[in-house]
Design a binder for this molecule. Structure first.
Ligand SMILES: O=c1ccn([C@@H]2O[C@H](COP(=O)(O)OP(=O)(O)O[C@H]3O[C@H](CO)[C@@H](O)[C@H](O)[C@H]3O)[C@@H](O)[C@H]2O)c(=O)[nH]1
Ligand SMILES: [Mn+2]
Length: 573
């Protein structure tokens, strides 16, 4: 990307970031050559066997072997692209202060997506939001937007409670310099010493938790919990005809940085609840649709130049994360083409040896380093900081957008709760707003695949944007893995369908991808896009040995046959 060796964005004294190639790269390249020769020999043998086969049985078995091994060889070849130039990066947030004052930090809009209060408990979503609101970042530059695709009053209620708790929690984190800023994680850990102050804030948290869990269990908010008129007005929007798939837009500014100060007098970040309009007649495009609504609503309200997209089950595990991001974004050498900075998805609650292999370490931690040495990692949906501009056209040309207020250059000069801002925000969150616009095709998060993250990152990189992989030792975010077999199979099915949608479109990673980004990037993306075809060799290989045994056919060469130089098998020949 930026040349070889140990390099980085340098100031006069210390670098903000460096990177170095991994040591085994040369060895990997030699291995690829040797192993490719072996693969060609194997495929040659299969082809020869096919030509010499005499019975239908031996023919079909050899053909199955040939197909399986062709698929395996193709997947292997794609995977090797990651090993051609893997790099490891390091950033030095402590050097940041020397070149940048806090007043000059860019704005940061955080997007959290949730879709179902029963599958994604509001208490978890609230913990994610609190951990992000408590970032070590100037609060007047920070806004947190919550997209509720479940359109649930329970989620809104949970956030109203969370806002009250934030008045105490944020100054508490700052004063005690706490690392675990998700209250649930902090109070579950037992390393902090007891003090009356900790006990007091823990009580507050427990009270909130009991209240929220109680209303979620009951499925409705009883009158006793609604204390303010403003709250009552908000909940009145849940009228009789309101369902999760058919309802009007609800936008609620829960915290407003220009008015709300925490108990120590510091301003609080904006906290905005958004449930976009849903109607049976127009497609909602799942998470990509939700993110595009947030992109527009946030443009109208705050229009920060950096956006963090976050799944509701992924809390922040390190309050310094945005400073790491600034180490890259403030480097003018890479700024102009940089679309996003991806952190790995890491998970908590796995047992030490991860016996169910839920960590997907290769997918989320190893392969992205390989991508990073080329044009950058794929976007994985959560833990990713975008430059807003990247979602509005290519690196050299952005196109005019239908409403000037949505443009990334627009400066918001009205209070967030003003009537003009609120009515425009409602308008851009409507379900028919995107008709006849470029949203989802050229602008914003891209539609057309169930894996909108993979597809969006891919399309951005095809346009010429670059990504960057940031993998600090302490996990920046920690999330949940699916824990039931049903959930895992469902996730797997969703990913496979989404990837097939990309593979069988005109944006095929092998053809379009290699053409736009070069062969290695095309192969790397194909390693994911073609992931569903693993099922071909896995299925064939699980039946072949039994069939061969039953029919007394041997499918692997015998040593003596090989030493005679023929390689033909008695049974199959
Ligand atoms: O209509 C929808 C569906 C989902 N979501 C949210 O999208 C996120 C991811 O959905 P989930 O069902 O948890 O999918 P996973 O397979 O666990 O997620 C992985 O795969 C997705 C699709 O590739 C990515 O979007 C995610 O970021 C990535 O973590 C969650 O926060 C949901 O609340 C919505 O907002 N609206
Ligand atoms: Mn998930």
């Amino acid at each position: 990307m930026e040349g070889g060796g140990l390099k980085g964005g340098c100031t006069a004294h210390a670098p903000l970031h460096t990177f170095e190639p991994l040591r085994r790269t040369a060895l990997n390249r030699v291995f690829v050559v040797v192993y490719s020769c072996a693969l060609f020999a194997l495929l040659y043998r299969h082809a020869q066997m096919l030509l010499y086969s005499t019975t239908l049985l031996s023919f079909s078995m050899t053909l199955s072997l040939l197909i399986s091994d062709l698929v395996l060889a193709f997947m292997w070849a794609c995977g090797q692209a990651f090993r051609m130039r893997p790099i490891r990066r390091k950033e030095f947030p402590e050097s940041l202060k020397r070149i940048m004052k806090e007043e000059d930090f860019p704005g940061l809009d955080v997007f959290i997506c949730t879709a179902d209060p029963h599958k994604e408990p509001p208490m978890n979503v609230v913990n994610t939001a609190l951990s992000l609101m408590a970032y070590d970042y100037p609060t007047e530059k920070l806004s947190v937007y919550v997209s509720d695709d479940g359109g649930s009053a329970l989620t809104l209620f949970a956030f109203m409670e969370a806002a009250k708790f934030a008045f105490h929690w944020l100054p508490f984190c700052r004063e005690h310099n706490i690392m675990d800023r998700s209250p649930q994680v902090y109070f579950a850990s037992n390393y902090h010493s007891w003090s009356p102050e900790i006990e007091k804030i823990k009580m507050m948290y427990e009270n909130m938790k009991v209240k929220v869990e109680h209303i979620v269990d009951k499925g409705e908010i009883s009158d006793e919990y609604i204390t303010e008129d403003q709250q009552r007005q908000a909940f009145n929007k849940w009228t009789n005809g309101f369902t999760r798939i058919h309802h009007p837009t609800i936008i609620q500014v829960i915290l407003d940085k220009s008015n709300d100060k925490d108990v120590s007098g510091h301003c609080l970040p904006n906290l905005i609840y958004v449930s976009r309009q849903k109607c049976n007649s127009s497609p909602h495009h799942f998470k990509a649709g939700a993110l595009n609504v947030l992109l527009r609503v946030s443009a109208v309200m705050t229009n920060a130049s950096i956006i963090l997209t976050q799944d509701c089950d992924m809390y922040s595990n390190d309050p310094q994360t945005p400073l790491r991001v600034l180490c890259y974004l403030s480097d003018s050498a890479i700024q102009s083409k940089l679309a996003y900075i991806q952190f790995p998805q890491r998970f908590h609650g796995l047992n030490k040896n991860d016996i169910y292999a839920s960590e997907y370490k290769r997918l989320f931690q190893v392969n992205p380093m390989g991508f990073d040495g080329l044009k950058g990692p794929n976007y994985v949906g959560s833990g990713c900081f975008f430059c807003r501009r990247a979602l509005f056209g290519g690196p050299s040309a952005s196109f005019p957008i239908e409403v000037p207020e949505l443009s990334p250059n627009h400066v918001v000069d009205k209070p967030i709760k003003s009537q003009e801002i609120l009515s425009l925000a409602h308008q851009v969150a409507g379900c028919n707003y995107e008709n006849q616009t470029k949203w989802g095709s050229k602008c914003g998060f891209r539609y057309g695949s169930l894996v909108e993250d993979f597809y969006t990152g891919y399309r951005l990189q095809c346009e010429g944007w670059k990504g960057l992989f940031c993998h600090p030792e302490r996990a920046a975010f920690l999330g949940d893995v699916p824990i039931t077999l049903f959930d895992i199979i469902n996730q797997c099915k969703r990913w496979c369908i989404g990837l097939c949608e990309v593979t069988f479109s005109k944006y095929n990673t092998l053809i379009f991808g290699s053409h736009s980004m070069g062969l290695l990037m095309g192969l790397s993306y194909s390693h994911y896009a073609f992931w569903p075809i693993w099922c071909v060799p896995v299925t064939l290989y699980s039946f072949l040995p039994q069939l061969a045994l039953l029919n007394k056919v041997s499918i692997f060469p015998k040593l003596e046959a090989l030493s005679k130089g023929g390689g033909m098998l008695k049974g199959c020949g």
